[in-house]
Design a binder for this molecule. Sequence first.
Ligand SMILES: Cc1cc2nc3c(=O)[nH]c(=O)nc-3n(C[C@H](O)[C@H](O)[C@H](O)COP(=O)(O)OP(=O)(O)OC[C@H]3O[C@@H](n4cnc5c(N)ncnc54)[C@H](O)[C@@H]3O)c2cc1C
Length: 396
Amino acid sequence: MAPVPTQKNIVCIGGNSGPMGAALQWRDDPIPGYRMILIEEKSHYNFVFAFPRAAVISGFEKELFIPYQNMFYGDDTLGKVVHARAIAIHEHHIELDREVPEFGKRIDFEYLMYCAGTTIPAPGRLPTNTKEGGIAMLKKYQQVIKEAKKPIIIGAGAVGLELAAEIKEHYPEKDVTLMHSRTRYMPKYMKSFDAMTYNILKKHGVKQLLGDRVVLPKQGFPLEVGPVKIQTKSGRTVEGDLAMLCIGMTPNSELLQELSPKSVDPKSKLVLVKDTMQIQDERYPHFFAAGDVIDHSDVKTGHFAWMQGLAAMHNIRKLINGASYDELDPYVSKGVALIKLYLGKKDAVLQTNALGKLVALGSWISGRSIPYNIFADAGWAWMGLDNKKDPQVLDL
Ligand SMILES: Cc1cc2nc3c(=O)[nH]c(=O)nc-3n(C[C@H](O)[C@H](O)[C@H](O)COP(=O)(O)OP(=O)(O)OC[C@H]3O[C@@H](n4cnc5c(N)ncnc54)[C@H](O)[C@@H]3O)c2cc1C
């Protein structure tokens, strides 16, 4: 359906996990007179959860780039995904880097959700905005990993851990080294989570070097196979033929910072929010933020980004329905660290409170029935498409 000119916009910068729960709720329960606009520079929803595996194993790359066109059932009166880069935020409008149908280079809004996420090195996220570019990058990783005999992974956050496990499981003959500056993995999670993760990697045969920080060369590491010498702070040298950096997360907060410097932490660059998910700047009470870009005690996972986005939308709905800014509700976090780490086809570590108590569960329970595409089918369902019933959608 064509947009109604009098409709007001709830604009979201970013179209990944932060606004996803809110958008799915909105498309089935919109408020008349309003619609949701996601400004997302990527042409397709990037199902990053499976990128570590797809950087090693080929054949399902297309499934990880999901078109947004049916996100709001193709009904522009419910919402729309605009593919452009937001380049400036004003009190009630966004400037875009290009002309887009219906809006030109300017989108007006009543409420803003800032969900611009973070930038991390490939292959956790890919520095390209197209599906073709993303698939090409994953294939490049597959090719160099296949060629390398002694790959080294630097940084053992979730991406580094998953990548190391996938490489060693798929290529048991390779000498895979995982280097980590801390003495344990995933410190926000239970100690047993760390122990199980360590043991699974050990079982796979990954060489694990912990508690020693790598001295990073200024120019980084090239994505090519060739002799590489990694130096550590303690003076150790580790030799290999491919180095992959899996550390360094930069919050994408600079846009908001330009308009509202006080709402961005000068050190961490994370966006400061109130418990209502409004940004910490009284001049912009109609600005909300959620997801990896915010400074919050929640762990940085898709699950929590989703919940925070829902909390922001809950308050936006209240405002639309006539509440005052004093009547907004706080976001009540579960306050626990939850995650599932996929460490190959049959191994995983899950930290969950689904059974009441917070527990870490190893492969015996959490390693069962891990789909080859790490549940990418769910991403297709979010986008209103069924990749299994209708495989042609894979080429959209
Ligand atoms: C490899 C990997 C595996 C993971 N596995 C899991 C998992 O198993 N479970 C889990 O819960 N979490 C997992 N996570 C974490 C999860 O992906 C993130 O927590 C989640 O994606 C955060 O969502 P977000 O929307 O806040 O930010 P992001 O996902 O970073 O999304 C931000 C979006 O904003 C867009 N954007 C930024 N600036 C602009 C701009 N100026 N204009 C237009 N668009 C812009 C970006 O293109 C991007 O799409 C994983 C992450 C990675 C990298």
